[in-house]
Design a protein around this ligand. Structure first.
Ligand SMILES: C[S@@+](CC[C@H](N)C(=O)[O-])C[C@H]1O[C@@H](n2cnc3c(N)ncnc32)[C@H](O)[C@@H]1O
Length: 254
């Protein structure tokens, strides 16, 4: 085994290459191999000219690695080359399968470091001025996956919709109709809603409306994955600031 063999699980942040941590950058600089996902900004790889880079994300025209294949690739590369960095979008432990990778490699006796990242679930709303909590408006927020491992809408969406929390849904674009149905069934059709695609990046686009019309807005603006859905009164709180409403109008017009 290579004496440097170890795994660092690094959160790359939400997309803007400046939204990675300093610790994340320093870890990239000491990598021998980087395995990176589709949501990672490729500019971050420039911090590691010395490292071998392997794309293991899901993208048209590329081999689709299964999670088992990725796990084994981490181990093989660590044994052969030394320090493997697993670079993941956002934070590795927010719908990132980070703990599965750690469980696997630790069975092979590899040491693991975890470098947290700024999750898109928090950074993307924040970057366009939507506060996930606001005194007197929202006391909490839920971050939910729109699509569970068996491809169903998470049952938690209905539970969250019954609360007064801000609801943030990742990987939910293919289930938007089911999500809005849940809210409408609970009499919450007027709840403000926002969808932000490619948040914090140059190609960011967004649409804002209510549960009743967000699907139409998404269609009109041709919004698609990767996108975050934000449901709750805080959305209109943000839109009430002049700068943001102008921004949102621009997005709606584009
Ligand atoms: C597999 S999850 C990974 C989440 C990641 N670990 C995090 O903490 O941000 C991928 C989903 O996160 C959301 N996402 C990640 N980056 C995004 C971005 N820059 N803009 C909008 N949504 C994003 C989308 O819903 C996407 O389908």
């Amino acid at each position: 085994m290579n004496p440097r063999a170890k795994l660092s699980l690094v959160g790359a942040g939400p997309g803007d290459p400046e939204l990675i941590t300093l610790k994340g950058i320093n870890t990239l600089k000491s990598a021998d191999v980087i395995l990176y996902d589709a949501l990672v900004n490729p500019k971050l790889l420039e911090y590691a000219p010395q490292a071998k880079k392997i794309f293991v994300g899901k993208r048209k025209g590329f081999h689709r690695y299964t999670q088992d294949e990725i796990n084994q690739k981490i181990v093989d590369n660590a044994y052969e080359h030394g320090h493997v960095v697993r670079l993941k979008g956002g934070d590795p432990f927010v719908f990132g399968r980070g703990s599965e990778e750690i469980d696997y490699v630790e069975n092979y006796g590899l040491h693991t470091d975890i470098i947290p990242g700024i999750s898109s679930s928090i950074a993307v709303p924040s970057s366009i001025g939507i506060p996930l909590t606001k005194r007197g408006v929202s006391e909490s927020f839920w971050v939910i996956t729109g699509c569970t491992s068996d491809r169903q809408l998470s049952m938690d969406v209905r539970l969250a919709a019954q609360s007064s929390a801000t609801v943030v849904i990742l990987m939910g674009m293919h289930k938007l109709d089911q999500i809005t149905t849940v809210f409408k069934e609970l009499g919450k059709g007027e709840t403000p809603a926002a969808v932000i695609q490619n948040g914090t990046m140059d190609n960011q686009r967004s649409g804002v409306g209510t549960i009743n019309d967000i699907e139409e807005i998404v269609k009109l603006n041709k919004l698609s994955s990767p996108a975050i859905i934000i449901l709750g009164d805080v959305v209109s709180e943000a839109a009430s600031t002049k700068e943001l409403s102008q921004k949102l109008e621009l997005h709606l017009a584009s």
